[in-house]
Write a protein that binds this ligand. Structure first.
Ligand code: ATP
Length: 525
């Protein structure tokens, strides 16, 4: 999210289909959150201490899912191409990076409070209503009994109403910097402040300035995006890897934003992982005839990124590319589109693809004093490449894959037991194969153990389960999204064969034990 985009947030949301509701999550989200806990996908952070708002821990299956999402992204964006290389930069960067990028001055959300129910949130995400419209809303008049009174009022100049109680009575908007600040070095800023201010009778702005100056001396920030390291390392990567535009630098890693409103489970939290790539292309005057132009590269990446989600199983009708309108764009951006997913609460961003021009390299050149250009030997000229940036979030993507995979199947005719299935693409599934003995006798557990050991040996994530009936074991694996289950049964001892059951169709084939690893490996490819 750029500085300019932040400043223009208020206009932006008018263009999105539905305002985000702060009311209770749709029922499906409650089911997903509960399944995530039961099956070990996602837990509330520090749960035994009552949890910490907006902080989540990925459990054993969630850790696998997120790793698989990131691995697929890396495979597609880096390993599958000649023109993109990877980077793993530090989270804490020189504070001047954030001055140059504009995050220190402008990375702030418009914070607003509802004067009636005291709900706090982002003005740009609250329901938009025409100024002057008379709206009805409910106010609690007796907190003991919860008794509410209906009132009427006109929508004020901000043109928003509270998403919780519907009131148009808003505080003024305050800007709130989203970067987490900490300090680097062995001097505790509290010591500096107390030494400097000891005996001084400062108050108001003077006091604030003195404290800010003292903190500022050692202040560093947790990065709010991974992108800046690709710009600051542009020359290091370009020269060490002898890259020539068009080429990209890709990175995955944690980012931190002190979001005013954290919402929808892992969709918006304060600590999250990003998967970003900066693709440097020649500006129009340096593009050779027959090569893609900068705008064609932008369109190329919009399509590539949209298709990536559907290639891993997200239903096409749940995905769309939403081009930003002109007044949503940062002043330097030539174009921007969001890949959006139809979440249970409405369309929301999965990934942004921006054509950032040459803004970032020029900003860092200005602030660092180091030339950040590419020398085109054929044209004998130095130029600042343009940048196309596909910026995705690993947590949002994992959540979208979870939501899209979730299916409640009714009982088949003649039975009374339906099932809940996570229809993950096999490459995203946390557990690839589960191995069962049909019953716990006649040498079946021993034979099943031997099979699962083969999967471990070949580093294919597998599970062994012998508890409960085989039907219940299948259901358990369906809920985890395991694409294949192998069962040792009475016939195994006679001919060395086992059944392999496919999760979605529930179809079973017989295969030889000796072929089991190869069969599963082929199906995962
Ligand atoms: P939003 O408009 O939803 O706040 P953004 O435009 O600020 O998102 P970007 O700055 O473009 O997001 O970041 C790129 C990607 O990083 C987003 O598309 C999203 O997938 C992810 N992301 C950004 N902020 C968060 C967050 N607070 N929690 C989880 N993922 C996030």
């Amino acid at each position: 999210m750029s500085e300019q985009q932040q400043n223009q947030n208020q206009n932006q949301n008018k263009k999105k289909d539905k305002p985000v509701k702060a009311s209770a999550e749709p029922e499906i989200m409650e089911k997903i959150v509960s399944l995530c806990k039961q099956r070990g996908f996602v837990f509330q952070s520090s749960e035994i201490y009552g949890g910490l708002k907006s902080c989540y821990d990925y459990g054993p299956l969630g850790a696998e899912l997120k790793r698989n999402v990131k691995a697929e992204w890396w495979r597609t964006m880096v390993h599958g191409r000649e023109d993109v290389v990877g980077l793993d930069a530090s989270i804490i960067m020189h504070p001047d990076v954030w001055r140059a990028s504009g995050h220190l001055a402008g990375f702030s959300d418009p914070m607003v409070d509802c004067k009636d129910c005291k709900n706090r949130g982002r003005a740009d995400k609250w329901p938009q209503t025409a100024v002057g419209t008379e709206v009805e809303y409910k106010v609690i008049v007796d907190h003991q009994s919860g008794k509410k009174e209906t009132r009427k009022a006109a929508v004020g100049p901000l043109g928003i109403v509270c998403p919780v109680c519907g009131s148009p009575n808003m505080s003024d908007i305050r800007k709130f910097n989203l970067m987490f600040r900490t300090s680097l070095g062995s001097i505790d800023p509290i010591e500096t402040i107390s030494a400097r201010l000891d005996g001084k009778a400062l108050s108001g702005e003077a006091l604030k300035t003195a404290i800010a100056d003292a903190i500022g001396e050692t202040a560093v920030y947790l990065r709010p995006e991974t992108a800046q390291a690709m710009f600051t390392n542009f020359l290091n990567v370009q020269t060490s890897m002898r890259m020539k535009p068009p080429f990209g630098i890709a990175q995955q890693g944690k980012s931190f934003r002190n979001e005013i409103t954290v919402e929808h489970f892992t969709f918006r939290s304060c600590e999250f992982e990003q998967m970003e790539m900066e693709y440097f292309v020649p500006p129009p005057e340096y593009t050779s005839p027959g090569e893609r132009t900068d705008m064609q590269w932008y369109e190329y990446w919009c399509n590539e990124r949209l298709n990536w989600y559907s290639s891993l199983g997200i239903r096409k009708e749940k995905l769309r590319l939403r081009p930003h309108e002109t007044d949503e764009l940062a002043h330097y951006a030539k174009a921007c589109s969001d890949v959006e997913y139809d979440y249970p609460w409405g369309w929301g961003e999965l990934e942004g693809i921006a054509h950032r021009g040459d803004y970032d390299l020029k900003q860092h050149e200005k602030h660092s004093g180091k030339k950040l250009t590419f020398f085109d030997s054929q044209k004998n000229a130095h130029y600042h490449p343009y940048v196309i940036e596909p910026a995705a979030g690993a947590d949002r993507t994992a959540l979208a894959f979870l939501l899209d995979a979730y299916v409640e199947e009714p009982p088949p005719p003649g039975t009374n037991e339906g099932r809940t299935v996570l229809r993950f693409h096999p490459r995203l599934a946390p557990i690839k194969v589960a191995v069962f003995p049909l019953v716990k006798k006649d040498g079946m557990p021993e034979a099943a153990r031997k099979i699962v050991e083969q999967f471990y040996k070949h580093q294919i994530n597998a599970a062994y389960d012998e508890k409960d009936t085989v039907g219940r074991r299948y259901r358990r694996q369906d809920e985890c999204g395991t694409p294949y289950c192998i069962t040792v049964d009475g016939q195994t001892a006679q001919d060395g064969s086992v059944t392999i059951r496919e999760r979605d169709s529930m179809k079973q084939d017989r295969i030889q034990i000796a072929d089991a690893v190869e069969v599963v490996r082929k199906r995962l490819a």
